[in-house]
Design a protein around this ligand. Structure first.
Ligand SMILES: Nc1ncnc2c1ncn2[C@@H]1O[C@H](COP(=O)(O)OP(=O)(O)O)[C@@H](O)[C@H]1O
Ligand SMILES: [Mg+2]
Length: 243
């Protein structure tokens, strides 16, 4: 379970997240929707302290942590229990697919090279990349690179995977395959938090959706509520803009 309370973040005078409160159950899927600049990436990146919030508290795996007093050790532990999938894949260009997946396993999880290799091969096979494990990122399509990005996230067996617009940079014909892959891993042990503009997908896969508007959660709830009976005209307009 992950809970954020009064979670806020500013960049100088620009308040980007304002008193965010949210709660997500283990194994659930939470989608974050909202316009460009509404704070979606910042919210995602603040959860694993890639971009720390300024104030607020988090409950993660039963431990309550206050942003203002959290220690480096506690941040490291959160990082080890979370993984991120980026819009631009963020693979190391000089490493093969397999080496990319192995990297976090040897560096962060401290597995031996052999253990890391076995685990990397397992997860690359799971995402349909068994034929291309020794290819470099430039030798792979965008869809294949994102499969490697997802294998890398899965391989560390995190409690939470944070996806930041995982299909936004893909050619249209690659999108469905990646969404199918995310669907396959949804509703298992791993909690998924997903920033996406794929409204139909968010509607199908999410347990909960939050609509972020200028750094605040304007509204949240089940896909049925958000898509069929939004409380706010602003939410309705946003969703209709995608149809
Ligand atoms: N590292 C940063 N430094 C300064 N401002 C930032 C930084 N990252 C994001 N912002 C600002 O925070 C706001 C929200 O950005 P972001 O979280 O990327 O929104 P979204 O992902 O919804 O498009 C924007 O006004 C953006 O310019
Ligand atoms: Mg963003």
């Amino acid at each position: 379970m992950l809970k954020l309370s009064n979670w806020s973040k500013s960049f100088k005078e620009n308040t980007v997240l304002k008193n965010i409160n949210l709660e997500i159950g283990t194994g659930d899927v939470l989608s974050i929707i909202g316009s460009s600049g509404s704070g979606k990436s910042t919210l995602l990146r603040s959860i694993n302290f890639l971009e720390p919030a300024d104030s607020g508290s988090m409950v993660f795996n039963g431990t309550e942590l206050n942003v203002e007093t959290i220690t480096k050790k506690e941040i490291l532990k959160i990082r080890q229990q979370t993984a991120m999938v980026f819009q631009n894949y963020a693979l190391f260009s000089r490493k093969t697919a397999k080496e990319n997946v192995m990297e976090a396993l040897t560096q962060v999880q401290k597995l031996t090279k052999e253990e890391a290799m076995t685990q990397a091969e397992h997860y690359l096979t799971l995402v349909g990349m068994e034929q291309r494990m020794d290819y470099y990122p430039t030798q792979l399509s965008g869809g294949q690179q994102q499969r490697v990005g997802i294998a890398r996230a899965l391989a560390i067996q995190p409690d939470i995977i944070l996806f930041d617009e995982p299909t936004s940079a893909l050619d249209p014909e690659m999108v469905a395959g990646i969404l199918d892959l995310i669907k396959q891993i949804a509703h298992q042990e791993t909690t998924l938090i997903l920033v996406t503009h794929e409204m139909n997908f968010a509607r199908q896969v999410s347990d909960q959706i939050i609509f972020l508007d200028k750094g605040t959660i304007l509204e949240s709830g089940s896909p049925t509520k958000i898509f069929e009976a939004p409380e706010h005209e602003r939410t309705r307009q946003f969703i209709n803009g995608f149809q």
